[in-house]
Design a protein around this ligand. Sequence first.
Ligand code: KG4
Ligand code: ZN
Length: 337
Amino acid sequence: ADEPLVLGIETSCDETGIGIVRGHTLLANTIASSMDEHARYGGVVPEVASRAHLEAMTPTVEAALAAAGLTFGDIDAIAVTAGPGLAGALLVGVAAAKSYALGLGVPLYGVNHLAAHVAVDQLEHGPLPKPCIAMLVSGGHSSLLLVPDVAKDVISLGSTVDDAAGEAFDKVARVLGLPFPGGPYIDKAARDGSGTAIKFPRGKIDDGTLDFSFSGLKTAVARWVEAREASGQSVHVPDVAASFQEAVVDVLTRKALQACRKYDVHDLLIGGGVAANSRLRALAQERCEAAGVRLRVPRPGLCTDNGAMVAALGSDLVAAGITPSTLRIPADSSLPI
Ligand code: KG4
Ligand code: ZN
């Protein structure tokens, strides 16, 4: 028999993402983002995001079906991000998913956003090695996970104790006068600078945990820039960007490989928006090769929040025979992994 056709709904932050997969074959990945509306506030405004999801939901589902050449009647199951994320934003996706599941008479699967970031890689690189270590770095999360089986067993090894990695990129970008969200602008500016120009602190680097801390680094960059400006000296943005970026990716790659070593795992997956960072990709590749670890990084369009990741995990849950969620499943802003 054909593998089931799963429609995935993602609304945990500012992206209304609808993905459609059959097994691990990607059929559609349609996204409506409200980022333009948030950019002028310098951060995602929850109320604005919720309203935008509400408006985008129906047209985005219809666009995804059209892109895949399908109709509602073809859908075998609905998967939706149940958490973690912005409460009001999640609620819109979960309510829509319940309505579609009820209306179509198909099973509903509420999924964890972080596990979905891991599952999505299978759409590009095939079945995940069991186990693998996953590092998820975005504006909302920075986590290290041990993944024996993405459908059944995902274990948190560590996470940030303060800012997420992407949040640090965004805040430092603001200090440097770059637009929001700042990650891509720092990445670009850093290409003309030196990662060793300024020595910035590496939080929790050898503290024996698999947790991260980026707020000290962010503050150190802000102080450094303030001090330069106060003394009338110029600030070379590319050097600051490159040195800050180097501090972040140095810590990220070291901790990820510490996790691989500690759990004797030889496959590392990096996901989330910050995985688009060119220096992170390069340094991770270099250090993984030296450590005999295989590296998997999904293409940027699958790293940032999207519906395909939710559909991919839903597809795994169906295949694993996991009991579907009931129509009473809540949106849970702090859903644990
Ligand atoms: O996964 P994502 O789209 O949304 C969530 O936060 O869940 O990640 C967005 C984050 C932002 O903080 C953005 O600045 C960062 O990913 N980002 C980058 C790059 N591209 C996006 N950070 C560093 N370098 C990049 N090239
Ligand atoms: Zn995410």
